[in-house]
Ligand binder design. Structure first.
Ligand code: C2E
Ligand code: CA
Ligand code: CA
Length: 653
C-alpha cells in the first residue's frame, strides 16, 4: 500500500514546500512558449504531410482546434507571466498544469493514433517519429515539474510503445524498444534533475533564511551600537553620526548642536549610590524626550552629559527659549526610590556654520559654551558667541606660549595673608601663582593654571612652585602657616601627591604649618580618589582646606566624609553677604557646620569693613581678602603684624 501511495505521490504537486513550488513554477514558465511551439509545429508538419491522404477533420479541423487551444493557453500564460503569485496559487497552477498535460497528452496521442492508418510507409514513419520525438521534447520542457513530466510519460510514451510493439512490425517493435529505453533514460534524468533542483532550492532557501537571520542580528547590533542601554536614547556614536550626516547633506540650512550637563549629578551618585544615579538619569532622559520633535532630538553622550541637535529655525531667541525650558524642566525635583533630590542642568549651544564647520569643532564649542554657562550662570543655557571664539584664540595662544615658556624664570608667587580676627595675628599666607611672560604680559592664574592642566604641565609646575613656597615659608615665623593650592589634575595624580609629601617631609617647614587647598569641584570630579589623596597628604601632618566651598555642589552632606581641617567659604557668598539675608544665613550654616565638625573656617574675598564685621559676628575664625591685604610680598605684612596689631581696629569697625 505504502508503495502505491509513494507511486501516486510522484504525480502530486506537494503543498508543503513553498520555496520549491514557486521555483518550479518560475523555471517551468520559461519553457512554456518552447513547449507549445514544438507541439504545434510538429503537429502542423504531420497535418501537412497527411493533408492529401487523411480526412480533413483530422488534418485541418483537429489541428486547428489544437492550435486554438494552444494559442489560448499561450495568451493566458503571457498575461500571467509577470504576476506574482503566493505559494497556494503556485500549487494551484502547477496542479492544473499536471492535469492539462494529462489531457493534452491523451488528445495528441489519440490524434497520432488516428493519423497512423493513413498514407504509405513514409507517412506512418512520420507519425511514429512525431509521437516519439514530440513526447521526448515535451518531457524535457516539463523537466522542472516532475509530476507533469511523469504524467506525460505515462499517457504518451506508455500507450505509443504498447501500440508500436503490438503492430506485428519488427521495425516498429524496435522503435518501441527504443522508446522504452529513452523513456527510462528520461525518467532517470528526470529524477536526478528533480532531486538536484529540489536540493538547490532548499539550499537557496536555507541560505536566504541564514542571510535574513544575519541581517536581523546585524540590525540588532546596529541598534545596540547606536543606543544608550540605560536610557534608550541614541548614544554618543549616533549623535556624532547625526551631526556628520547633517554636515554631509551640504544644505545651507543652519542647525545647532548642544551639550547638556546635569549640575550636581555626581554628588547624588556619590552620596546615594549608582542605582539612585541611574534612576535620576532615566528620569532626566524622559524629561528631555518630552521636548523631542522632528526638529529637536536628544542623545546621551555618557555619564551625566547629554546632547541635542536642533534643526529648522536656529535664531538665538528660539535656542535660548528651548535651552531655558529644558533647564527648568530638569530643575524640577526628582522623586527616586526612597528619596527626592534636586539638581540643575546647564546647556551650551553652538550653531553651524558660525561656530564651526566640523562635528568636532561644533561639539567642542558647544562644550565651551556649556563651561561658560556653568561658570557664569549655572542652570542656564549659553550660546557660543564671537567673544567666546576670541577667548578661545587667546587661550590657544596661552597654551602655546606656556609650553615654550621658561617657567623657572617667568613664574613667581604672591602671598595673601589669612588673619585670625580674634587676635589680629597672621595665621598663614596663601601662595598664589603669577606668570609674567615677555609676549603676553601678566596672565591671570585662572587662565594659565587651566592651560597647564590641559597641556599636562600642571604637576611639574605645582611641584616647582611648592618647593619655592616651602623655601619662602622657612623664613617666616614658626606660627605662620603656608596655604598652597592644588588643582584637580594634581589630586588625581598619585605620583605628584607622593612627590608633594616627600617635599613636605624634606622641606624644612613643619608639616603642621602647611594647608593644602583643594576646591570642592576638584574633589567631586572623583570623590574616592580625592579621599585617598587627601588622606596621604594629611599623613605627613599637613592640613587640608576645602576651597571655594559652596560654589559647586553646595552639598553639606559629603563634608563629613572628607579628611578635612578647614573650610574656605567661597568669595561669591561674601560679595552678597551685606545685601542678601539668605546668603547671610547660608554663611551662618556653613560656619556652624564647620564648628560642629571641629573644622577651621576661612571667609575669603572680604573687601569691605562691613563684610568683615558680619563675618566676624557670624563666628568665622579666619578671614582673607583685599580689605586685609592684597596678594604680594609677605615681608611687609609680617613687619606690620608684629608691630601694633593694626588689623584689630579694622575688624572692630
Ligand atoms: P583661589 O584659590 O580662590 O584664590 C583666591 C583668589 O581670590 C586669588 O586670585 C586672590 O588674589 C583673589 N582674592 C583675594 N582676596 C580677594 C578680594 O577681596 N576680592 C577679590 N575680588 N579677589 C580676591 P588669583 O591670585 O587671581 O587666583 C585665582 C585662582 O587661581 C585661585 O583662586 C586658585 O584657584 C588659582 N591659583 C592661584 N595660584 C595657584 C597655584 O599655585 N596652584 C593652583 N592649583 N591654583 C592656583
Ligand atoms: Ca585657594
Ligand atoms: Ca578660594
Amino acid at each position: 500500500m505504502a508503495k502505491l501511495g509513494d507511486l501516486i505521490g510522484l504525480f502530486r504537486v506537494p503543498a508543503d514546500k513553498p520555496d520549491l513550488t514557486e521555483s518550479q513554477l518560475r523555471a517551468f514558465s520559461k519553457q512554456i512558449p518552447l513547449l507549445y511551439l514544438i507541439l504545434l509545429a510538429n503537429t502542423l508538419f504531420v497535418s501537412a504531410t497527411h493533408y492529401a491522404v487523411a480526412p480533413a477533420w483530422l488534418t485541418v479541423a483537429m489541428p486547428s482546434g489544437f492550435a486554438l487551444i494552444c494559442a489560448v493557453r499561450l495568451i493566458s500564460w503571457w498575461r500571467m507571466r509577470r504576476m506574482t503569485c503566493d505559494h497556494l496559487q503556485a500549487v494551484q497552477r502547477l496542479r492544473s498544469t499536471v492535469r492539462l498535460v494529462g489531457i493534452f497528452g491523451i488528445a495528441f496521442v489519440t490524434w497520432g493514433f488516428a493519423m497512423y492508418p493513413y498514407g504509405d510507409a513514409f507517412h506512418k514513419a512520420h507519425v511514429v517519429f512525431y509521437m516519439s520525438i514530440t513526447t521526448v521534447a515535451c518531457v524535457f520542457c516539463l523537466m522542472h515539474v516532475r509530476a507533469a513530466a511523469l504524467a506525460l510519460i505515462l499517457v504518451a510514451i506508455a500507450p505509443t510503445t504498447a501500440f508500436f510493439a503490438t503492430r506485428g512490425e519488427p521495425v516498429l517493435a524496435a522503435i518501441a524498444g527504443n522508446n522504452l529505453l529513452v523513456a527510462f533514460a528520461m525518467m532517470f534524468i528526470l529524477f536526478t534533475h528533480y532531486r538536484d533542483f529540489a536540493q538547490m532550492i532548499s539550499q537557496q532557501g536555507e541560505l536566504r533564511r541564514r542571510q535574513q537571520e544575519t541581517q536581523k542580528l546585524s540590525d540588532e547590533n546596529f541598534r545596540l551600537a547606536n543606543r544608550d542601554s540605560l536610557t534608550g536614547m541614541p548614544n554618543r556614536r549616533s549623535f556624532f553620526a547625526a551631526i556628520t550626516q547633517r554636515l554631509a547633506a551640504q544644505s545651507d540650512k543652519s542647525f545647532a548642536v548642544g551639550l547638556i550637563d546635569l549640575d550636581g549629578f555626581k554628588a547624588v551618585n556619590d552620596l546615594y549610590g549608582h542605582a539612585a544615579g541611574d534612576e535620576l538619569l532615566v528620569e532626566a532622559a524622559r524629561r528631555m524626550e518630552s521636548l523631542r520633535s522632528p526638529e529637536v532630538s536628544f542623545a546621551r553622550l555618557g555619564g551625566d552629559e547629554f546632547g541635542v541637535i536642533l534643526t529648522g529655525c536656529t535664531s538665538s531667541e528660539r535656542m535660548l527659549a528651548l535651552g531655558h525650558e529644558l533647564c527648568s524642566l530638569l530643575r524640577l525635583p526628582y522623586v527616586l526610590t526612597g528619596l527626592t533630590v534636586e539638581i540643575s542642568a546647564s546647556a551650551g549651544l553652538a550653531v553651524f556654520p558660525e561656530a564651526g564647520s566640523t562635528s568636532e569643532l561644533l561639539v567642542e564649542h558647544a562644550d565651551y559654551a556649556l563651561y561658560q554657562a556653568k561658570q557664569q550662570r549655572s542652570g542656564t543655557a549659553t550660546i557660543f558667541s564671537g567673544n567666546h571664539a576670541h577667548d578661545i584664540r587667546r587661550l590657544n595662544l596661552i597654551d602655546q606660549t606656556l609650553r615654550n615658556a621658561d617657567l623657572e624664570a617667568e613664574l613667581s608667587l604672591d602671598y595673601q595673608p589669612i588673619f585670625e580676627p580674634a587676635t589680629g595675628r597672621i595665621s598663614a599666607f596663601e601662595a598664589l601663582a603669577r606668570w609674567s611672560n615677555p609676549g603676553l604680559g601678566n596672565v591671570p592664574p585662572i587662565l594659565f593654571i587651566k592651560a597647564a592642566e590641559r597641556s599636562d604641565l600642571i604637576n611639574r609646575l605645582t611641584l616647582a612652585l611648592y618647593r619655592r613656597a616651602l623655601s619662602d615659608a622657612a623664613t617666616w615665623p614658626d606660627d605662620v602657616g603656608l596655604s598652597f593650592n592644588l588643582s584637580a589634575r594634581t589630586i588625581a595624580s598619585p605620583a605628584t601627591v607622593l612627590a608633594l609629601t616627600a617635599a613636605t617631609v624634606n622641606g624644612g617647614v613643619k608639616a603642621s604649618r602647611i594647608d593644602f587647598e583643594v576646591t570642592e569641584t576638584a574633589v567631586m570630579a572623583d570623590f574616592d580618589q580625592a579621599v585617598q589623596t587627601l588622606t596621604t597628604l594629611r599623613s605627613t601632618g599637613a592640613h587640608i582646606a576645602l576651597d571655594d566651598f559652596g560654589s559647586g555642589y553646595s552639598s553639606l552632606g559629603y563634608v563629613h566624609r572628607l579628611p578635612l581641617d578647614k573650610i574656605k567659604i567661597d568669595s561669591g557668598f561674601i560679595a552678597d553677604i551685606e545685601s542678601n539675608e539668605t546668603v547671610r544665613n547660608i554663611v551662618k550654616t556653613i560656619v556652624d557646620l564647620s564648628r560642629n565638625l571641629g573644622l577651621g573656617c576661612v571667609a575669603e574675598g572680604i573687601e569691605t569693613a562691613r563684610q568683615a564685621e558680619i563675618v566676624r559676628d557670624l563666628g568665622c575664625g579666619l578671614v582673607q581678602g583685599y580689605y586685609f591685604g592684597r596678594p604680594g610680598r609677605p615681608d611687609s605684612f609680617l613687619e606690620r603684624s608684629t608691630a601694633a596689631e593694626p588689623w584689630r581696629p579694622a575688624l572692630a569697625g
